[in-house]
Ligand binder design. Structure first.
Ligand SMILES: Cc1cc2nc3c(=O)[nH]c(=O)nc-3n(C[C@H](O)[C@H](O)[C@H](O)COP(=O)(O)O)c2cc1C
Length: 260
């Protein structure tokens, strides 16, 4: 004949062990009121305490999962943003590629070094952040630059200015063409004029033409396609001029080197 053993739920075990641990009842009282043997209650108590840490382990696992999810969400957001930017820039890139250029697109959102603290050249050798070194190499290897600015308070976008300020000698003796845009009708020309002064100080002679795009939201669609043929023609002559200066300055650098 088998003994008829009583079954206790996990909830019941946890409740009586907590009553004992919190001093609400003595172990004798609990055993008496539930007709338990003290060895059973002690075994439950031991099991409870042995497994207490796993509650927090599970928590930290959950926390790590949450952090990972947040990180992945951030990455997806970043990639979506990069895709949008790349789409917007795609048409100008097509023109540059058709002309045989290897154009590298450097966006202040991608190369986010934070507010300028130390310029590229002020970092100890071997201590330069990877993305900063990557951008420095792109700048050094370029024959020319197309610098694109929106207009903030009639001046250059602060994000662009902050990004460019990280470098100096890396730009020297290579020409730049200025592209500006605005939602309104002025095409960001006031920012473009300020940008010309900045680029001059940074060692980039700027070409005479400025490529201003007004009413940007109507001029270019969400896929970066120009809505007006004249914009593409204007871009063509702007790039003709920039290439002319690139070739001229490259020849001079190759033949005579740089004055400083
Ligand atoms: C602080 C601030 C100042 C602005 N100043 C101007 C301005 O002077 N002229 C203008 O045409 N648009 C101005 N705008 C509008 C921006 O040019 C517009 O939001 C544009 O979309 C910014 O380009 P982005 O979204 O690529 O940064 C300003 C916007 C902000 C937030």
């Amino acid at each position: 004949m088998s003994a008829n053993r009583r079954q206790y739920t996990a909830e019941f075990k946890a409740k009586v062990v907590l009553q004992m641990l919190m001093g609400e009842k003595t172990s004798a009282e609990i055993c008496r009121s539930h007709k338990l043997h003290s060895s059973v209650l002690n075994r439950w108590r031991k099991e409870f305490l042995d497994h207490a840490t796993t509650i927090f382990e599970a928590d930290s696992g959950h926390e790590a999962d949450q952090q990972r999810i947040a990180e992945l969400e951030r990455l997806v957001g970043q990639l979506t943003m990069k895709l949008e930017i790349a789409k917007k820039a795609s048409q100008s890139f097509n023109q540059l590629a058709q002309r045989g250029h290897n154009a590298i697109f450097a966006d202040a959102l991608e190369y986010d070094f934070g507010l300028l603290d130390r310029m590229y050249k002020e970092h100890e050798p071997g201590q330069v952040p990877v993305k900063m070194e990557e951008l420095a190499e792109h700048i050094r290897s370029a024959d020319g630059f197309v610098v694109v600015t929106g207009e903030y308070n009639h001046s250059v976008q602060p994000g662009l200015s902050n990004l460019m300020d990280h470098f100096l000698e890396e730009y020297y003796f290579r020409p730049a063409g200025i592209v500006s845009y605005s939602v309104g009708g002025f095409g960001g020309v006031r920012a473009a004029v300020h940008l010309r002064v900045m680029l001059g100080e940074m060692g980039m002679p700027t070409i005479s033409s400025m490529f201003a795009i007004s009413k940007i939201t109507e001029a270019i669609d969400a896929d970066g396609k120009a809505q007006d043929e004249s914009l593409i023609k204007r871009l063509g002559s702007f790039l003709d001029e920039l290439e002319w200066y690139e070739e001229a300055l490259k020849r001079q650098r190759d033949e005579k080197g740089r004055p400083f």
